[in-house]
Design a protein around this ligand. Structure first.
Ligand code: MF3
Ligand code: CO
Ligand code: CO
Length: 272
């Protein structure tokens, strides 16, 4: 064992970053979160998700960043936009938003080689009551998961915090997609499950960087992927929501790299 190695990995293949690497993640996370702040006013009834994606593409360029998703496994857009019963990986399209549609916008950028990955919910027009509940529970579940991201806890503790909260509200956690390590790469170990049992899975250490991105359904948890090979939907067509932050583990409170710089953000204040 050589603790003086500059780049260290755990036995689970999870990279341990240096204190000085947090600054790079904050810079990348800030760009991604700023784009999510600025897209809010464009989410309107009658708007297409393709138009929203074009605005995002332009902002990524204007901010001197690169999109991590354009060209990723053949994906061709700067965002995933997942409307209503779409769970994740919705492809921007010419379909127009209707009053009461809820949507997740997920943006990943690269700044100086660091990845910032974050998503939030938005609404076109008026927010339906059931959707408001779903969005609030999903956001609270993410924040409870982040709260558990401390050294000595396990990834199962994070999953359990999310799952137990969501199920106490009689909603369900999607099992088919998970969060992921990131940093100098987009998707790295570990798989960050949004369900689980306390004390199971890898132990967290200071210097781990990963996303937490729970998807929560009003109905059953099962999903299916459409023929486009990307769009994941709820099998029972129930409404689905998701929030995502990129975080870093410290000796104390977890650092959230993708907090809203405008601080105007609230899970059920959805702009537009
Ligand atoms: N941003 C997504 C995530 O949270 C990944 C999108 S990959 C894409 O991991 F190709 F669909 F854009
Ligand atoms: Co992610
Ligand atoms: Co994402």
């Amino acid at each position: 064992m050589n603790n003086k190695l500059r780049s260290r990995q755990t036995k689970d293949g999870i990279r341990i970053y240096e204190q000085s690497d947090f600054a790079g993640m904050h810079a990348a996370g800030k760009v991604a979160a700023t784009i999510l702040d600025e897209i809010a006013e464009h989410v309107q009834v009658g708007q297409t998700t393709a138009a929203l994606d074009q605005i995002i593409t332009d902002k990524v360029t204007q901010m001197g960043a690169d999109s991590a998703t354009i060209g990723y496994k053949g994906y061709q857009h700067a965002s995933c936009i997942s409307v209503n019963h779409v769970v994740c990986h919705g492809i921007p399209s010419d379909k127009t938003l209707k009053d009461g549609d809820i949507l997740n916008i997920d943006v990943t950028v690269i700044v100086d080689g660091w990845f910032g990955d974050t998503s939030r919910m938005y609404v076109a027009g008026r927010l339906p009551r059931k959707a408001e509940r779903l969005i609030q529970v999903t956001h609270d579940a993410l924040m409870l998961g982040i709260e558990a991201a401390r050294p000595g806890n396990t990834f199962g503790d994070i999953g359990h915090a999310i799952q137990s909260f969501v199920e106490s509200h009689r909603m369900s956690v999607v099992r088919d997609f998970c969060g992921h390590g990131l940093g100098r790469v987009f998707h790295a170990p570990p798989n960050v499950l949004h369900y689980g049992r306390p004390g199971t899975g890898p132990v967290l250490e200071e210097g781990m960087f990963f996303t937490i991105e729970p998807m929560v359904n009003l109905g059953r948890p099962e999903t299916k992927t459409l023929a486009d090979d990307w769009t994941a939907v709820t099998r029972d067509k129930s409404l689905s929501a998701q929030f995502e932050h990129s975080v870093g583990v410290t000796a104390g409170a977890p650092e959230i790299f993708t907090l809203s710089p405008a601080q105007m953000f609230h899970p059920t204040y959805l702009g537009g």
